[in-house]
Design a protein around this ligand. Structure first.
Ligand code: PGA
Length: 247
């Protein structure tokens, strides 16, 4: 089964309007002169969604957000709903990122409600899962990932993306070995098969955590790695493009 690769940039809480303009214009110029066949997505902070939507008009760069509430509207100060994201032409939404699980105490149960709401409103959730350093050392990675998948995915989910992001690899310049990444991705796919059957073969499983121009080619070439979720390196247009072009 040939799965298309998805290269997604997670800008996190970075960037002002002028940064977004420079970054997207540069990225678009690089992409349009290349033969890259991968899907490219950028997920800026909420404040930049309108700007980036306009900048990406008539380009091959897709737009996504970094979180959403599970309700459509209402008394939720500071939150943004899935229909608001849809209104801005967002196609994807990152959910359950480890930084949100820590900073905002997000549980699997809450993430599941958000995934359900995103799917209901036609957004493709990028569900993030990953183990901590302690969990890796205790050799319970697989158990942790299976629990996150079982508790964060709604029963009948079909059209979603998984991002495997070992927490200890995020922003640290440290990554698992290639063998570890491939094995973990295979285990994730095996477990998805027990949850959703053969449809698991169509699900893109992205790797995230210190994915950079220097390691992208070998990581993205792994059989069960269907793209990447890139933080730091997505803030530099040339670096992000090098990752896109390494496929
Ligand atoms: P990083 O972040 O590429 O800076 O390690 C990845 C992420 O958190 O999505």
């Amino acid at each position: 089964m040939e799965r298309k690769k998805l290269i997604a940039g997670n800008w996190k809480m970075n960037g002002l309007i002028t940064d977004a303009q420079a970054r997207i214009n540069k990225l678009h110029n690089l992409i349009k002169n290349s033969h890259s066949k991968v899907d490219v997505l950028v997920c800026p902070p909420f404040t930049l969604l309108t700007t980036v939507k306009e900048l990406c008009h008539n380009t091959n760069i897709m737009l996504g957000a970094q979180d959403c509430h599970f309700n459509e509207s209402g008394a939720h100060t500071g939150d943004v709903s899935p229909i608001m994201l849809k209104d801005l032409s967002c196609k994807y939404v990152i959910l359950g990122h480890s930084e949100r699980r820590v900073d905002h105490n997000e549980s699997n149960a809450l993430v599941q409600k958000k995934v359900t709401a995103a799917l209901k409103h036609g957004l493709i959730p990028i569900l993030c899962i990953g183990e901590s350093k302690e969990e890796k050392e205790k050799k319970v990675t697989l158990k942790v990932l299976q629990k996150q998948l079982a508790e964060s995915l709604p029963k009948n989910a079909k059209n979603f993306v998984i991002a495997y992001e070992p927490i200890w690899a995020i922003g640290t310049s440290v990554t698992p070995t290639l063998e570890e990444i491939e094995n973990t991705h295979q285990e994730i796919r095996n477990y998805l098969t027990t949850l959703i059957g053969n449809q698991a073969n169509n699900i893109q499983i992205l790797y995230g955590g210190s994915l950079k121009p220097s390691n992208a080619k070998e990581i993205l070439a792994l059989k069960n790695v269907d793209g990447g979720l890139i933080g730091g390196a997505s803030l530099i247009a040339e670096d992000f493009f090098t990752i896109i072009a390494s496929n």
